[in-house]
Design a protein around this ligand. Structure first.
Ligand SMILES: Cc1cc2nc3c(=O)[nH]c(=O)nc-3n(C[C@H](O)[C@H](O)[C@H](O)COP(=O)(O)O)c2cc1C
Ligand SMILES: [Fe+2]
Ligand SMILES: [Fe+2]
Length: 398
C-alpha cells in the first residue's frame, strides 16, 4: 500500500502481513493476517515511529521514499523492541546510520541484546518532549504493555497517540486504515479481542494504569502498531481495552464458554444436552471442541464469559489431554475467578474429574457442580445433563 497521510505531515507507512501463519510463532493469523503500522513525521526534523517485521523491506522503504529521502532521517522512535516492530531496524540502520534511535532505558539494553545496536541510541524519560519543528513528540512511559521497556509516543500538536501494541489487534488492513472508513468493524473488534487475550491480557493491570495515565491527555487519533487507526472514535478502542482489562479482576458478563473434548462421542452427546440446558435458561453459550480449536480462539471466550463448563472424558487415569492443554493456557493467561462445572465419560476407574478439580483449584475457579458417567449416556444421564446445564446457567446469573 502507498504511504497515507493521517494528519498534516504525519504518514502511515505500515506493512500488511498475510503470509505469516503464526504470530509470535504461536497464534494463528493465516486467515486474519496482521498489520505492522509504522509512522513517519515529515517535519524540519524527521522521525519514524516504530518499524515493521524484517520482511517486505523493499515495500517498506519504498513507502518512506514516497515521502522523504532516508538520508535525511533524524530519528527512529522505538516504543517497543519486539521484532514485529524492529525486525527491519538493522537494515534501516545500514541505509540511514545518521538517524538517532530514541527509546526507554530498558529498551536500550534490549536493542543491544537483540541486535547488537548501541551506537547513536538516546534514551528518553517519561514526559520528555522533542520538537521536530511544527510537530512535538512526547514520550510516555507505559511499562509492561506488554514488555518491560514499552512506551507510547504522543504528538502534541495534532494530538496523535502512537500507542504501539496497546489498542492494537490482529487483522490485516483491508484497504481502509481508519475506523471511519472501515466496512468490517465486527471483524476488527473480534480480532482485537483475540489479540488482547492472546498477547496483552496477562498485563491487564498495566493496561488500566496506562488508560488512567492518559485520562488528561487529549487524543484525536489513536495510531496503534497493529490494526485500525482510530480517528473518528478513538474512545471506542480505549473503552474496549478498559472493559477487557476489567475482566481480569471483576466478573465478565453472564454467559457460558462450553469447552469439550470427546474421543468416541459420549462426552459430546452429553455436551449437547448440557448446552440445551444452558441455552434453555436464556444464557448465551459459546461451544468449542478443544482438540480441534486452537487455544487462540478458546481463550477469548473464557475471558469474556462468567461461566466455563468443561466436558471431557477420562484418559489414562487423568483428563483428556487436549482439555488439560486448554486449561493450562487459561492458567498461563491468568484467567481467574470464573465459575465452572465439569462433566465427562469414563470407562472403568475414572480420573478425569479428579484432574479437573485439581486444575480448577489452581485456576481459582469455583466448581459449582461435577457429573461423571460411565460409557455412553443413558436417557436419564441426558436428562440430568440438561438440568445440570440449566442449574449452572441459573447460578451464574444469580
Ligand atoms: C486412550 C484411552 C485411554 C483411556 N483411559 C482411561 C482410564 O484411564 N480410565 C478410565 O476410566 N477410562 C479410560 N478410557 C475410557 C474412556 O474414558 C471412555 O471410553 C469414555 O467413554 C470416552 O468418552 P468419549 O466418548 O467422550 O471420548 C480411556 C480411553 C482411551 C481411548
Ligand atoms: Fe509486542
Ligand atoms: Fe506488536
Amino acid at each position: 500500500m502507498p504511504a497515507i497521510e493521517i494528519r498534516p505531515d504525519i504518514h502511515w507507512i505500515g506493512v500488511n502481513d498475510r503470509t505469516t501463519d503464526l504470530f509470535e510463532g504461536l497464534w494463528p493469523i493465516t486467515q486474519a493476517g496482521v498489520s505492522y503500522n509504522s509512522y513517519l513525521v515529515n517535519d524540519e526534523r524527521k522521525a519514524i515511529i516504530d518499524l515493521a517485521k524484517g520482511f517486505k523491506a523493499d515495500e517498506f522503504l519504498d513507502q518512506i521514499a514516497q515521502v522523504m529521502d532516508l538520508a535525511t532521517l533524524d530519528y527512529v522512535v522505538v516504543n517497543h523492541v519486539e521484532p514485529d516492530h524492529t525486525g527491519i531496524l538493522r537494515t534501516l540502520r545500514r541505509i540511514a546510520p545518521q538517524a538517532t534511535i530514541l527509546c526507554s532505558e530498558k529498551a536500550r539494553a534490549m536493542l543491544e541484546g537483540f541486535y547488537q545496536i548501541a551506537e547513536n541510541v538516546r534514551t528518553v524519560a517519561d514526559g520528555e518532549t522533542l520538537s521536530l519543528g511544527q510537530h512535538t513528540l512526547q514520550f510516555l512511559s507505559t511499562p509492561f504493555l506488554h514488555w518491560p521497556e514499552t512506551m507510547m509516543t504522543y504528538e502534541t500538536t495534532q494530538q496523535v497517540l502512537f500507542s504501539c501494541d496497546a489498542f492494537g489487534g490482529y487483522g490485516a488492513l483491508q484497504g481502509a486504515i481508519f475506523d471511519d472508513e472501515c466496512l468490517a468493524p465486527d471483524f476488527y473488534a473480534r480480532e482485537a479481542l483475540r489479540y488482547y487475550v492472546n498477547i496483552v491480557a496477562v498485563f491487564s493491570r498495566p493496561v488500566l494504569k496506562a488508560i488512567d495515565q492518559l485520562k488528561d491527555v487529549p487524543v484525536q487519533v489513536i495510531a496503534p502498531s497493529h490494526g485500525l487507526i482510530w480517528r473518528q472514535n478513538p474512545g471506542r478502542i480505549v473503552e474496549l481495552y478498559r472493559q477487557w482489562a476489567s475482566y481480569a479482576t471483576t466478573p465478565p458478563p453472564v454467559g457460558v464458554a462450553l469447552i469439550y473434548g470427546s474421543m468416541y462421542g459420549n462426552s459430546e452427546e452429553m455436551m449437547n444436552a448440557v448446552a440445551q440446558g444452558v441455552s434453555g435458561a436464556g444464557v448465551p453459550v459459546e461451544i468449542f471442541d478443544v482438540a480441534r480449536t486452537h487455544s487462540s480462539y478458546i481463550l477469548p471466550a473464557l475471558w469474556v464469559n462468567r461461566g466455563v463448563i468443561v466436558g471431557a472424558p477420562t484418559y489414562e487415569g487423568g483428563l483428556f489431554p487436549a482439555m488439560v492443554h486448554a486449561l493450562d493456557m487459561a492458567e498461563r493467561k491468568h484467567i481467574r475467578n470464573r465459575k465452572t462445572a465439569y462433566f465427562g465419560s469414563y470407562g472403568w476407574g475414572g480420573g478425569g474429574r479428579k484432574e479437573f478439580e485439581r486444575l480448577a483449584e489452581s485456576l481459582k475457579w469455583e466448581v459449582l457442580d461435577t457429573f461423571e458417567f460411565r460409557g455412553g449416556p443413558t436417557e436419564e444421564d441426558l436428562e440430568k445433563a440438561q438440568e445440570f446445564g440449566a442449574q449452572f446457567a441459573q447460578a451464574i446469573r444469580g
